[in-house]
Design a protein around this ligand. Structure first.
Ligand code: ADP
Length: 415
């Protein structure tokens, strides 16, 4: 080959090298999303090639958004990963692309990821797994979508759950702390109330004994009587508080129980009262329901007791207990679940009733609508009923008409 020809070929090779370098730079720029259009010099004529603007926008979006995005083949080889993903793994791009996804999956998640991948080959799958970055485990939520037949790959969006899990941990720890404090408080009030009973019994017993053995002036005797009745009120209060703290702390063991039986048990507790007031208690269509029997008996006992206590003077108490199934949609109450059916159990009386405005207030602890001299009581009974209703995943409401009567209704989900 003559030297002129050699010179020409050398020149051509050098030109081709430059064009190859330019082409490589262009490809890198396209990959990095830095160019949207480029010009190619062909036979001294410039031609403009535009990248489809939609594709460009997507590429920039995927590259920059704050979720991991990767593309893998069906045997797990990573063919694309965005910036967020390799930053999440603290692994450079070169280590991520071309490597198997399994390299970055925590050993405890290998099986679940394989299951997700198998499912995704048929369409889509989602789930929580752990990735691994060095010694660290990163909880993530992955959403896999098969890109077949457009691309022979599976697209995966990866959401970092570290912060969420951390917050959950803090919340679980706080809840536990709160539960412990509650338990301590409940056992404190239980023990305190329980221990108060003994000295109180002594006050009552010795006051009575003094009155029995000594002769006092009418005034002194009256003072002693007041001591005895104050101690009696305190005893009632302590009993009610104990019941209230029990309703808060006892373990809830549910049983399918005949409501008729519960009413009979409540009636036997209130036997003397029923005889004294000559109350008529009617029952109608009472079902077998899933309840904590002791608590539900207490519930019915408290309501029957009130219906007799708050009866109108000279009017024989007439109490009706009935039950029906009702659609959650038809209950006008914030706690009613529209998807559920409920047992609605009504206890209605013909007593003194109350004004509408007190319908919620009477369920609060120590709330009473009457003075101690008119009706005895502690203002705890209905608070216990409300607690028992909530222990049964239900709620209680009251309706009253002054001078005519009241109806208390408990709603319990029908499973
Ligand atoms: P207590 O009966 O010890 O006062 P409750 O918590 O059982 O406490 O009841 C709270 C208040 O609700 C009562 O003081 C009374 O004013 C009112 N109440 C309860 N049941 C009835 C009823 N059946 N009829 C009219 N008012 C009632």
């Amino acid at each position: 080959m003559d030297s002129a020809k050699q010179e020409k070929y050398k020149q051509e090779i050098a030109d081709l090298k430059i064009r190859l370098e330019e082409a490589e730079q262009l490809i890198d720029a396209i990959k990095a999303g830095e160019v949207d259009a480029f010009a190619v010099n062909n036979d001294n004529k410039s031609e403009i090639f535009t990248l489809q603007s939609g594709d460009y926008a997507y590429r920039v979006l995927v590259e920059n958004f704050s979720e991991g995005a990767i593309n893998i083949t069906d045997d797990g080889l990573i063919v694309y990963s965005n910036k967020y993903f390799h930053e999440l793994l603290r692994s450079p791009y070169e280590n991520t692309v071309g490597n198997s996804i399994y390299h970055f999956i925590h050993p405890n998640s290998i099986n679940s990821f394989t299951a997700l991948l198998t499912k995704a080959l048929e369409g889509k799958s989602k789930g929580e797994i752990n990735l691994k970055a060095g010694q660290k485990s990163i909880p993530v939520y992955v959403s896999l979508t098969s890109l077949y037949p457009n691309l022979p790959t599976i697209g995966i969006i990866v959401t970092d759950l570290s912060e969420k899990k951390n917050n959950e941990k803090i919340l679980a720890a706080k809840n536990l702390e709160l539960e412990n404090i509650n338990r301590e408080l409940a056992s404190f009030s239980y023990v305190a109330s329980h221990d108060l009973k003994e000295p109180l019994r002594k006050i009552q017993a010795f006051s009575k004994r003094i009155l029995d053995v000594e002769k006092f002036s009418a005034k002194t005797e009256d003072y002693f009587q007041r001591i005895i009745s104050a101690a009696e009120r305190m005893q009632n209060l302590i009993e009610s508080l104990l019941q209230f703290s029990k309703a808060n702390t006892t373990e809830l063991t549910f049983e399918a129980y005949d409501l008729n039986k519960i009413v009979e048990e409540a009636k036997s507790y209130l036997h003397e009262n029923i005889i004294e007031t000559q109350a008529i208690i009617e029952t109608e269509h009472l079902p077998v329901i899933n309840v904590v029997p002791i608590q539900f008996t207490q519930f019915i006992t408290n309501l029957l007791d009130n219906s007799m206590k708050y009866s109108r003077p000279q009017v024989q108490p007439h109490i009706k207990i009935s039950s029906k199934l009702i659609d959650g949609k038809k209950i006008d109450h914030s706690l009613a679940d529209k998807q559920k059916k409920y047992h609605q159990i009504n206890i209605s009386d013909n007593g003194i009733g109350f004004e509408k405005q007190y319908a919620n207030k009477i369920f609060e602890l120590f709330q009473r609508l009457h003075g101690m001299n008119e009706y005895s009581g502690t203002g705890i009974g209905l608070a216990i009923c409300k607690k028992i209703a909530s222990n049964h995943n239900g709620f209680i409401i009251a309706e009253g008409t002054l001078g005519k009567g009241s109806t208390f209704s408990i709603f319990i989900p029908h499973e």
